[in-house]
Every structure is written in C-alpha cells, then in structure tokens.
Design a protein around this ligand. Structure first.
Ligand code: BGC
Length: 269
C-alpha cells in the first residue's frame, strides 16, 4: 500500500532535536524524503544522528545546515534541495528558540534573536517554499495540493506569557502570517496551517520538567496530566501534510493536552 506521503520531499527546519526531530521521523515513516535542517556546525552531529535513525528504519533523509534568519542561507537551502531531489512538497517551519527575560531587562539582542529565528525565519522559508509550489503546481498521484506548510506555533500564540514577551510576540506573529499566507494561496491549492504545541518534553523547556517538583507544577497546567512527546506533534504534522486534511487551510491545531482550556477552572473556578 502506498504510504501517505510517498514521493514527497519535506524540509523540516530545526530538526536536530526536539519537535523538529520528532516531525522528521514521523514524516519519513510515512514515506516522505526528509531534509533535516540544523542551525550551525555544532548541531551537525545531532542532525546526522536523526538522519541515521531514519535511514536505519528504511527512510530517506539528509541534513542541511542553514540559519533560517539569514535570507541567503534559506535561498541556498531550498535551491540545494530542489537540485538534489527535484522539488519541495512540504515545509515544516519549525526552527525556534527562547531567550527569556523580565520585560524591563530584556535586551534588544534577545528580542531580535527570537523574532529573527521564530518569525522572520518562518517568513523566509515559507516564501521560498511557496515560490517552488507555484512553479511546480499540483502533480497528480502525488498530492491534491501544490504544497503544504506547517508553521510551528505554540499555545503562546493565544496564552500571554510573562517573562517571554519576545517569544509570545513571535508566535502571535506566526498566527496571522500563517492565516494571511493561507488566504493568499488557497486558490493555488497551497495549504498553510499551524500546530500549536503545549508543553512537549524537549530541550527548550528542560527546566520545566527535569525534576519531579518542576514536573508536578507543570502538570497543574495540563488537564490531561501528562507532558507531550515530540511524536504527538509529529503525528499531527503527518495528518496536516497528507490529503486526509485536504479541506483544512489556515487553521491553528492545538496539540496541548488541554493546556488552552483554562485549567485554573478545573475545580469550581
Ligand atoms: C514553549 C515551552 C513551554 C510550552 C508551554 C512552548 O511554546 O517553547 O517552553 O513549555 O510552550 O508553556
């Protein structure tokens, strides 16, 4: 039986660890050829490790270094991918980071770094992906869409987060960028959606779950009473990239164990 994403080429940004690595593995399991982007030389080994795991399980993958906040790097990554594999069908716009600080202590550098990677990086990658989707158009037998983009947002596109103004602003920006691109390109059979993860056990939030007392505190915010796993997000990404979700466009899909359900009201309010 044909796998859901067979014959499709996917670029996953920030795929050397965490949610990006989880998405890359699930996409590959479902037949996609995956390019795992990593940001700098120091992350190469980790990215190569994920590539090796995918290949060992019979998948097709390779790695590509690029700082998504740098226009020339992003253009080169897409050009290299098209040269190597022929096209790009899927972009998982995932690369992101936190530089937390109290608002009055936040430096301009902390602000610019987070907006640069989390928002400008998603803009640059989406722009190159859409140019390629428009060039190629729909290919019958591959997908009903000319291309799919998943923007990795966060529950913090709607939940304000004291001490993380740069991060929350970046994700709020991702929400309306995603919806605007979806509106602009739906007539061209391009689908753009977001996944909004809650607390997923990855290096980005290690301090929130690394000790039993930290974890206990975190679980008070999650009605399902468990921390999420990268594969929870990877599986949602596979669905959002497949033709099973062909009529889903411009949507934020919350994958958060109920974190956005006002858990403070679980009792009697
Ligand atoms: C953040 C994590 C945090 C989670 C829930 C994510 O977007 O990157 O650090 O644990 O939101 O608050």
């Amino acid at each position: 039986m044909k796998k859901k994403l067979e014959g499709q080429i996917a670029i996953v940004t920030g795929a050397s660890s965490g949610i990006g690595a989880g998405c890359a593995k699930e996409l590959a399991k479902n037949g996609a050829t995956v390019v795992l982007n990593y940001p700098f030389e120091g992350a190469k080994e980790a990215a190569e490790q994920v590539v090796a795991e995918i290949i060992e399980e019979g998948g097709i993958a390779s790695s590509s270094q690029c700082d998504v906040s740098k226009e020339a790097d992003v253009i080169a990554m897409f050009a290299d991918t098209v040269a190597k594999y022929g096209t790009v069908d899927i972009l998982i716009n995932n690369a992101g980071l936190q530089k937390d600080a109290k608002f009055t202590e936040m430096t301009l550098d902390q602000w610019n770094t987070v907006i640069g990677i989390n928002l400008t990086g998603q803009f640059l990658c989406a722009r190159e992906a859409i140019k390629e989707f428009l060039r190629r158009g729909v290919v019958e037998g591959v997908s009903k869409s000319a291309g799919k983009i998943i923007c990795m947002s966060s529950v913090h596109e709607v939940i304000p987060w004291a001490g993380h103004a740069n991060y929350a602003a970046s994700k709020g920006g991702v929400m309306l960028m995603m919806k605007t691109i979806a509106q602009e390109f739906a007539p061209k059979k391009i689908r753009v959606n977001s996944i909004c993860p809650g607390a997923i056990a990855t290096p980005i939030n290690h301090d929130a779950w690394d000790t039993p007392s930290h974890l206990e505190k975190l679980l008070t915010l999650i009605p399902e009473k468990r921390i999420g796993l990268p594969e929870d997000i990877g599986k949602a990404a596979v669905w959002l990239c497949s033709d099973d979700s062909d009529y889903v466009n411009g949507t934020s899909l919350f994958v958060d164990g109920g974190m956005t359900l006002y858990p403070g009201f679980e009792g009697n309010g």
